[in-house]
Design a protein around this ligand. Sequence first.
Ligand code: FAD
Ligand code: NAP
Length: 628
Amino acid sequence: MGSIDSTSLLNEATGGTAVGDQFPLLPERVKEASAHLNGSALHEHALKKVADAPAPPITYPPSPWKPRFELENHGIDEARSLRVVVIGAGLSGVLAGILLPAKVPKIDLTIYEKNADVGGTWFENVYPGVRCDIPANVYQSTFTPRTQWSEKFAQGSEILQYWQDQARKYDVYRYVKFNSSIQTAEWSDDEAKWIITIKNTSTNETFVDRADFVITATGRFNHWKLPEYPGIGDYKGVLRHTSNWDPSFDPKGKNVAVIGNGASGIQVVPNLQPIVNRLDHYARNKTWIAGSWAGDERTFEPQYFSAEELESFKDDQTYLKYRKELEAQYWRRFASTFRGSQENEEMRENFIKIMRQRLAKKPELLDSLVPDFSPNCRRLTPGPGYLEAITEDNVDFVQTPIKRFTETGIETVDGKHREVDAIFCATGSHAVPQYKIIARGVNLSETWKPEGKYGFPYTYLGLATPGFPNLLYVHGPHAAGPSGTVPHAVEVQLTYYAKLLRKVSSQGIRTVEPSKQAADDFVEYSDAYFATTVLTDNCSSWANGGKAGLRISGMWPGSAAHVTIVRKEPRWEDWEYTYLAKSQNRFAYFGNGWTTKEADPESDIASYLKVPSEIDLKDLHEKWWDWP
Ligand SMILES: Cc1cc2nc3c(=O)[nH]c(=O)nc-3n(C[C@H](O)[C@H](O)[C@H](O)COP(=O)(O)OP(=O)(O)OC[C@H]3O[C@@H](n4cnc5c(N)ncnc54)[C@H](O)[C@@H]3O)c2cc1C
Ligand SMILES: NC(=O)c1ccc[n+]([C@@H]2O[C@H](COP(=O)([O-])OP(=O)(O)OC[C@H]3O[C@@H](n4cnc5c(N)ncnc54)[C@H](OP(=O)(O)O)[C@@H]3O)[C@@H](O)[C@H]2O)c1
């Protein structure tokens, strides 16, 4: 072999650029090291080796059928920043504001909230007696428990305080824009962005924002609805939904009506009954009153923790033991949801016994209350004080359907008219979002309405809907199982989204949406599953969109533990992707073959090495943030 000119060989090997210059995105100090390499003795050594190598490789012609694939000049671990808009700052939005920035590098997050502060349900619902009907120690984040709840079943104001404290502690407020009500979110295929119109509720001005992703966290009970009876507009007294309570109205000594015997009606009735002159309670359907949720003692009076209990909770281990035992009860009350199960049968007998005892003053009411559907068809409500209240002499328990509202009160279909100073409607909420989410000419909410294209909230695993790219729901349809806790379900769902957002931002993905086949398979599974449960008994509930016979979309088809497993490991094969690269090559994000970390001589490239006693083989090499 004759002698070879090292410079021309280098040019041939590098296409004329110096090592390091080929990767202009590499950190400066790496380029400096490369520049040094280009002129050093080491360089000579490398050339000698190259000189002995075979001839340069053949250049293959580009594929004729798609744009020429070009290497992207970046490390594989160079994620792009995603602009993410969360709608709503209830506990779901607050948890999103805590978890997403912690789990999604470079996220550019804004949370729009129509109210003046965070808290959602607990900010808005201030009717007399509003409180958690499960223990406060079970209704909090898994990672920052409050040990010093004053009552076992905390009042709404204390729960609100807790979530506002969380928002402060984790600096969520910096992401939230208040008094900002989303009017529409419209998808642009050209831009691959959601174009969001927001109304400033203080000034009534609207403005537009854009986002790569929209995550709805607008709650299932936030879009409250008044009933649509004839004459409702004529009524001249105080007319309020319980979620829109007027704190300036003093019901003391007044004649009032409460419509609805869902959880809100059941909670407000015993709190109004002792102070009003007369209470007409319109309950058109029967319902179960649960003794308790999971074996807890319930009383109408506040159930305070003793000073000794609270002191003992200051010890981490004591509190953890208490918390785990209490929370476990809420994960283990699942068997009673199955039709014909012994647990459900026992529940029915137990509830009838309790209801009979508590209705002792007017035993005839038992027949008016015990439904022909099974317990758990509607969400259970312990309703402390409710049955006692409706047996009191100043309460008229009205099951005759309402015919119309008048200027002074309510007339039922039997012609009876009852005059009242105020009407409180505990009449529930719309099952579908009341703002517009539009993609490719389709309004999501319209398709979800009973008369719409799907007729129910059509989703893939309660996460997203085919045809609506880059749109995710937190605690929306199929949010959680009938067991477990709301905050746990929300945290797990947000963790799924963190994985999805990391995948999108790090793998050159432009859009992502679930496949129709996957969504259809989920609906098929859900239908078969719910048919085995009492949720498909003949009752109306928010789980079936308020009408017996409609599909169950309010619950996860399985237990809370079950949905946790499903959402822990995303099935990426159920999603459809488009890519940022012109070539649409799914591997374009591989970049220049480097990781930015390895290109940085200062980085801890062997961060995976640990003291052996700190290693757990179960999660060895599974930490998303740790790579060489
Ligand atoms: C009176 C009441 C009592 C409850 N008690 C319990 C209980 O004891 N235990 C339990 O597990 N669950 C209970 N729930 C259910 C409760 O709603 C959930 O547990 C939980 O609070 C839901 O939180 P979220 O953040 O998902 O929704 P929400 O708390 O409803 O928050 C949604 C947020 O989205 C905002 N929003 C809505 N639309 C827009 C828009 N267009 N633009 C901007 N912002 C918007 C709202 O203002 C709100 O702040 C109760 C519900 C009600 C109504
Ligand atoms: N911590 C708590 O104690 C608590 C308190 C409140 C709410 N919550 C939560 O919030 C959920 C929603 O509870 P909610 O009570 O607000 O709503 P809900 O469970 O949907 O109940 C709505 C009630 O209003 C009645 N209603 C609706 N439209 C009516 C009409 N036109 N005329 C007469 N009655 C009408 C319904 O009767 P039909 O059944 O006949 O349709 C039902 O009794 C609960 O399931 C629970 O998860 C919890």
